[in-house]
Each structure stands twice: as C-alpha cells, then as structure tokens.
Design a protein around this ligand. Structure first.
Ligand code: RUB
Length: 305
C-alpha cells in the first residue's frame, strides 16, 4: 500500500490494533523506499518526512505507530546517498515487522504462564498480544474460559470471540455494561495496550479502566500484554497522550437525537499504574513501576525530533 492508502485504511479502522498499525506503517515506508527513485537525498528527505507525519497522525493515541515509524527511519538522517537511505529503510522496515511479530509470539508464551488451568479470563476489545497469551494457554492444554466484552462502538469483541472460538476456546460475549457483574466469576483480566507511559499507566480501548476498577474491587489480577515498543518515551518528558475522539456517527444515527444533544466519543482511556498488577512484554513480565527501566534500555539511543 502507498502512504495515502495506508493512512486511509488506518483512519477508517480497516487496519486497526496498535501492533498492526505499527507494522503497516513500517511496511508502507519500506514500500515507498523500494518503489520511488529520488534524484537527490534532499528530495527523498522531504518525501519521507511528509510520509512520516501523515502516518503518525493517522491514529494519534497509539505510540506504537510513532515507534514503528521511528524504528524504520532510525539512522536515515545520517545517510548521505539515496542508495544508502533506501537500503537502510528497507532493512529497518523488515527488521521492525519481524521483531514485532516475534514479540507477540513471545508475549503469548510468557503471558500464558500467568493463566492457571481452569482459569476464567476476561478480555476487552481485540488485542493480538492479549489473545496470543490466551491461545498459548489453550494450546498448552489448559482448560480455560473467556469472557470478551463487545467493545462498543466498533464492536471489536466480535472479532475476539470469533478468533477464540476458531481455536476451540470456550468463549462468551458480554456487553460492556456487564463487566462488573461478570467480574465475580473471573480469575484474571488480560488486555492489550496502545501506549504505556513512563509511570506505568496504560492507554487502551475505552472501557479498559472500568475493567481495571472492577477487577481491583473483586481482587482479580489485572494484566496488560504489550510489546515494549508500546512504551512512550515522550511521556518521560511529561507529554500527555492524546486520546483520539472519533465521529459521533459511530454512536448515534443521523436524526436519532435532537439537535441540541451533544455526543462525545473518546475511543481510548488511561488506566493508572496502581490498578495494574503486571505488564507482559517480550522482555519478560514487569511491574508498572519498571517501565522506566525498560524504556531506557529500549530507547536510550534514539533521538526524538
Ligand atoms: C484496539 C485496542 C487493542 C490495542 C492493542 O483498538 O485497543 O487493545 O490496540 O492491540 P482499535 P494489539 O480497534 O481502536 O485499534 O495487542 O493487537 O497491538
């Protein structure tokens, strides 16, 4: 896909999920480097910079997107020739996609160890990292049961239940309002992450923080599953994560409500570190308090523009 097509697909949710959009952006930059022949490095810089801006702005909340783009362009500014820059971007893009896919597999193996035989799990929205843990637990022979939230308004819960049912997992769809009532039956909550901040807060699909509160009330462990490139280095400098607001048409149909009713459609929320028991990353299971350390290890050598 070219840059415009990828941006359109991300904005329209055709490509969604923090990991997938990051890989799509990396692949698009790689394809741009393969397909275009620039006459000069300055011409290439201008195009790549524009592509970077457009891709990053297509979903403002998921830092995975920014980090995927940054990883793909790592070292680009130091390249003196178009040939070198093209080779670098193509390699970085392939490396990022490979590492990102491998990270999900590793998270699955590591996270599945937190799921006991006979466990009842609750998940929210549709996170490949969280679902990989659940699938790995099932594949290892554990008898598990999953409650998956519908996740209005896009109803990604439908994707989740179909994906888990296809694997032969016992899965039940619940509406978002049923979370607190069903939590009494649950042994562990596993969700994904769009962004993890330096102080261990997690930004994920709207409603995630309600699962965390209900889990806390019922003394149910609340576990986040996310690749280390979901960590936001900018959050260290106090940058607030932008919570994307989407069209009100996702919630109400035209003419359904009176003209003077306001509708608010934030699509992500932030769960404070105090409600999170563990974060499963490809580097191991960490406490929200250890995010800073992982962040320095991961991003210590990257300069952010
Ligand atoms: C998806 C969502 C997922 C995270 C993590 O929201 O909130 O939990 O993106 O997903 P949306 P993954 O459907 O709006 O993108 O683990 O697949 O990266």
């Amino acid at each position: 896909m070219n840059v415009d097509e990828t941006v359109r697909a991300i904005k329209s949710m055709e490509i969604r999920g923090a990991g997938r959009i990051a890989r799509a952006a990396a692949a698009t930059l790689g394809e741009l480097a393969v397909s275009k022949d620039w006459k000069s490095i300055s011409e290439m810089r201008r195009d790549i910079l524009n592509a970077k801006k457009e891709l990053i702005s297509s979903r403002p909340t998921a830092v995975s997107l920014m980090n995927g783009v940054q990883s793909t362009l790592k070292g680009f500014n130091e390249c003196g020739t178009v040939k070198d820059a093209k080779a670098l971007i193509i390699k970085n893009s392939e490396d990022f996609i490979k590492a990102s896919n491998e990270a999900v597999t590793k998270i699955g193996i590591i996270g599945s160890r937190r799921i006991k035989d006979g466990a009842v799990i609750m998940t929210h929205c549709n996170s490949s990292a969280a679902l990989e843990c659940i699938k790995a637990a099932h594949r290892s022979g554990k008898k598990i049961k999953v409650y998956a939230t519908e996740s209005r308004p896009w109803r990604q819960g439908i994707l989740t239940v179909n994906e888990l049912a296809k694997e032969g997992i016992d899965v039940t769809l619940i509406i978002d309002g049923a979370v607190r009532s069903v939590m009494k039956k649950v042994d562990i909550v596993m969700v994904g992450a769009d962004t993890i901040t330096s102080n261990g807060a997690v930004i994920n699909k709207i409603g995630t923080s309600q699962l965390a509160l209900a889990a806390n009330e019922s003394h149910v462990p609340f576990v986040v599953c996310g690749e280390t490139y979901k960590i936001s280095p900018q959050s260290l400098f106090g940058d607030m994560v932008t919570i994307e607001e989407r069209d009100i048409g996702e919630i109400v149909k035209k003419g359904e409500i009176s003209g003077n009713v306001k509708v608010f459609n934030p699509v992500f929320d932030s769960t404070p570190a105090k409600y999170i028991d563990a974060i499963v990353t490809e580097a191991g299971i960490i406490s929200p308090g250890s995010v800073y350390e992982i962040m320095m290890r991961q991003f210590g050598d990257i300069t952010f523009e």
